[in-house]
Design a protein around this ligand. Sequence first.
Ligand SMILES: *[C@@H]1O[C@H](CO)[C@@H](O)[C@H](O)[C@H]1NC(C)=O
Ligand SMILES: *[C@@H]1O[C@H](CO)[C@@H](O)[C@H](O)[C@H]1NC(C)=O
Ligand SMILES: *[C@@H]1O[C@H](CO)[C@@H](O)[C@H](O)[C@H]1NC(C)=O
Ligand SMILES: [Zn+2]
Length: 474
Amino acid sequence: MAMYKSFCFILFVTASAEFVWKHHNNEELPQVLEEVNKKCPNITRVYTLSETSVRNVPLYVIEFSDNPGFHQPYKPEVKYVGNIHGNEVLGRELLLGLANYLCDKYNERDHHIRSLIHNTRIHLLPSMNPDGWQLSMDVGHQDYLIGRYNNHSVDLNRNFPDLDAITFEFERQGISHNNHLLKDITRLAAPLEPETRAVMRWIMSVPFVLSAAMHGGDLVANYPYDESRSGAPVSEYSASPDDDTFRELAATYANAHADMSSQNRAGCRAGQDEGGAYNFGKQGGVTNGAAWYSLKGGMQDFNYLATNAFEITLELGCQKFTPEKDLEKEWIRNKDALLAFIWKAHSGVKGIVSDDSGFIENAIISVVNITGPVPRPIRHDVTTGVYGDYYRLLTPGRYEVTASHPGYLPVSRIVTVPQHQTTARILNFNLEPTRSWFDDYSTFSHYLRAGQPRIYKRDLYRQLTGALLDRSGR
Ligand SMILES: *[C@@H]1O[C@H](CO)[C@@H](O)[C@H](O)[C@H]1NC(C)=O
Ligand SMILES: *[C@@H]1O[C@H](CO)[C@@H](O)[C@H](O)[C@H]1NC(C)=O
Ligand SMILES: *[C@@H]1O[C@H](CO)[C@@H](O)[C@H](O)[C@H]1NC(C)=O
Ligand SMILES: [Zn+2]
């Protein structure tokens, strides 16, 4: 009898930990993440964003890293955001499934997944709009719109500060300034919703390099800009300075998906003559945002124009509310694409900018494309983080990369970015002060006040590079 009892107990424990493909409600969602964290305590951390949804549901994130909770130099950070529109539910379940898969494969010592987790910090936010999800569930998820918005009836993917307007205005004035534009904003079109604020804080505080937001209602990988320059509502291609790189990022997802890029598949709203009735398969499963339809205040363009992150938008299927019976099938159709896209954080170049006393934070990395006969500057700079580290996603080709910072002589280096990278080319820079540090102190003291150049002490620098070298043997 006693034996029978303990047998039952073991069965029960195993059953509760087993991941099931279903629509996980707002209580079950964190339980799945906790289960994964229990199975993989050394490589995961579950945390919540700074604010809850309107109806007080926490916004849960699970992080994968070999040092959870910490940014590590040379390791790019990636995020996936699901369920920003509450009634578009597939991304939410795919991210729960992905969390479970990464953990299981890591524990099975899968070489590919171990290498990914040892070299990348991955954050998954399965639901940005748990209130909309709940409403959509409550009404039986029939309606095409109910549950899309948050509980204040606001579309969260229209609620981000419109930085496109700023960059387009700079373009008209001939000013070449296309990054970290949040400080140039003078007013908000609408108050920020708590979900938006929480995600903005997150985006601004973690040095993300690559990101995708998940939607439903079509099958296409959509890339910046989402907003047209002229204000045209549809069909105006709105290229960003990184158009080539974005097209490659989007194509990576589409090509690794079971049929996003398939020429022969039917379009989602075939036969309807509304504006959205494209057959994206015919164009490789990718689209520029504004070439489809223009929107203001989206999260994708905000990432690119406010931070160093490159974000695309994934429309995961014709149906917004995927039936439960199709979830596992959809996982199989998306699994390779989800992983291939994360690997793209390892394309282009990365490195550390330092001077003789340590790292230089907020150094500017600018790039000129010298692949063709005419050098073409890519007018979107990235900046270095707290360890002086930067990550510059690029397509294969030849580039002149320049590191600069007020008070230092800029340094340029030529680099060739090869095809099929699984690790970015490393390009470190050592900058020399224009004058000695003490001479500069008064000239550049306003930067110091703004908290700008944070020069780290040499021993901290040594300690960290030493720690990195120790780890590279793994
Ligand atoms: C976590 O790391 C510790 C120390 O390295 C190790 O002993 C333990 O087996 C690891 N646990 C798992 C679940 O991998
Ligand atoms: C807000 O949430 C409540 C409780 O779930 C629901 O009854 C109400 O319809 C929601 N309102 C909106 C605008 O979503
Ligand atoms: C640089 O130019 C080459 C040749 O035109 C092109 O193939 C490549 O995509 C460009 N790179 C970027 C990042 O724009
Ligand atoms: Zn959507």
